[in-house]
Design a protein around this ligand. Sequence first.
Ligand code: GLP
Length: 250
Amino acid sequence: MTGNRNRPRIVICPDPLAASREVAQIIAAAIEAKPDIVLGLATGGTPVAAYRELVRMHREQGLDFSELTSFNLDEYIGIGPEHPQSFRYFMQQHLFDHVNVTPSQTHVPDGRGTDVEANARRYEDEIRAAGGIDLQLLGIGTNGHIAFNEPGSPASSRTRAIELTTETIQANSRFFDSIDQVPKHAITMGIGTILESKRILLMATGEGKADTIERAIHGDADPSHPASLLQRHDEVTYVLDEAAAKRIAV
Ligand code: GLP
């Protein structure tokens, strides 16, 4: 399947720290322009320093988070919000506990209970009721996954439970004591959910992401590489460091 190919805006920074500062600047500018913005947030190693920079901007420059609403991309199934590797815990630890967000306005998909599909439908309803996502931050997996949309996820997919690939379990095992502790399932926004965001900001750093970034930008828009489906969106910004950008033509 190939779709319309839009040209993304590509910002190449000298190193991961500069890329993190760029991402934080873009998010801060968006919050300042619209204090009640609906932000889509991501987890993973990549955005940690960008969140640290946003915390600094809150402390030193008074960046105000009180009116915004946030929706995270995904969450593991099988570990609760109090688990240190859950994405809710990650968000509290890296951002929410250090800024003046309104706790009830922060949302992370709920992988608990017996009816995760009902949780997923409710999440979609909550995003819609908030007016949709204004700015969605994304990372990218080495296999091209965005959120937990593994290869094969259709462009029309919505928030749902999915089974993680061996490659993703392996990649995320660095955060757990052993690979057996990594959950095998997750709840994730779909590609269709993500494509409805008004703006998308994808951050990637390091040589290990260079091949997947090349395929996302220059490859066919195809579910076998979920990030390539972002070519269908006309407001995508990539913030990369030089290592992640080394195979792309700009
Ligand atoms: C995780 C997350 C993604 C993230 C990706 C890359 O599994 N579900 O949202 O973008 O993998 O993570 P990292 O930034 O640690 O490379």
